[in-house]
Write a protein that binds this ligand. Structure first.
Ligand code: PAF
Length: 283
């Protein structure tokens, strides 16, 4: 695997690949790689000839009181994992390389819909930071396809919208959520879960699945379902950010006759904010 820290040298290498007719797959990450990231690399390998993974803990998508400074940085271990997965290129730029004019004056990419609800409601500016950096990374890598995990369901929807609205020639491929044996969605932030919290955090996933079962059984009072799930998670000892039953395409609150539904949730542990979602398509 070739490792690049600078845009120019990565571009030159990828230009050679493109000239040789290779299709380029891209997996943007913030590092602290786990099995779910490696699965995204594998998906990219299935669709493309060469795969670029980026590791950049993007300061623009973190709020002032969020965990940018304590976000785990594990570059040596990440590099070894990507080598073992036969990733072709690793791009790990500095903040200066990505934001040479500083963050305040950085031109932004804003998706006006879907970004101020759910995670966007409690993380103002987060999605603007995500779409801005992903647009920049797309311009740098110029991939044919890019793979994003479905755990960040809202992020995936927002990026799809950006690509559509800005006519970006990138195919967006979703990667399924990869879970621990008890159902906890894999996340770089799981390292912040304490051993006392660990057996209980799976309540988020259990409650989302409980809602799904109730909906499949024919229940249509989504407000009651969301409130009950919220109570289950609070009883397990966690503060809930949101539990929302949404139309999978618009991310608006689901109507009673919606058939394609995603149930999304976010909760706080003592050291992390965890998100998860489950989808259901009604026959
Ligand atoms: O999902 C992430 O890890 C980040 O939001 C992304 C897409 C790499 C942008 O910084």
């Amino acid at each position: 695997m070739q490792v690049f820290h600078h845009i120019q040298s990565l571009r030159e290498a990828l230009q050679q690949e493109r000239r040789a007719g290779k299709r380029i797959g891209f997996v943007p990450t913030m590092g602290n790689l786990h099995d779910a990231h490696i699965e995204l690399v594998r998906i990219a390998q299935r669709h493309c000839d060469v795969v670029v993974t980026s590791i950049f803990v993007n300061p623009l998508q973190f709020g002032l009181n969020e965990d940018w400074d304590k976000y785990p940085r594990t570059l040596a271990a990440d590099t070894a994992r990507l080598e073992a997965a036969h990733c072709d290129y690793l791009f790990c730029p500095s903040d200066k390389e990505i934001y040479p004019n500083g963050m305040v004056e950085q031109t932004r990419v804003i998706v006006p819909t879907m970004t101020d609800v759910l995670c966007g409601a409690s993380r103002p500016g987060h999605f603007e930071g995500v779409t801005t950096v992903v647009a920049k990374l797309f311009n740098i890598v110029q991939p044919d396809a890019a793979v994003f995990g479905t755990k960040d369901f809202q992020q995936l929807a927002v990026i799809r919208r950006m690509v559509e609205d800005l006519c970006m020639p990138v195919r967006i491929i979703p990667g399924d959520i990869v879970r621990e044996p008890d159902g906890l969605a894999m996340s770089s932030r799981n390292v912040f879960i304490t051993s006392d919290e660990r057996p209980r955090v799976v309540q988020l996933n259990r409650s989302l699945n409980w809602i799904k079962e109730r909906i499949v059984a024919g229940e249509t009072n989504f407000i009651v379902l969301a409130d009950a799930a919220r109570k289950q998670i609070e009883d397990a000892g966690f503060r809930v950010d949101y539990i929302s039953i949404c139309n999978s395409h618009t991310l608006e609150l689901a109507a009673h006759d919606d058939r394609d539904i995603t149930i999304l949730g976010a909760m706080y542990t003592s050291g992390a904010r965890l998100i998860d979602n489950v989808s259901v398509v009604l026959g």
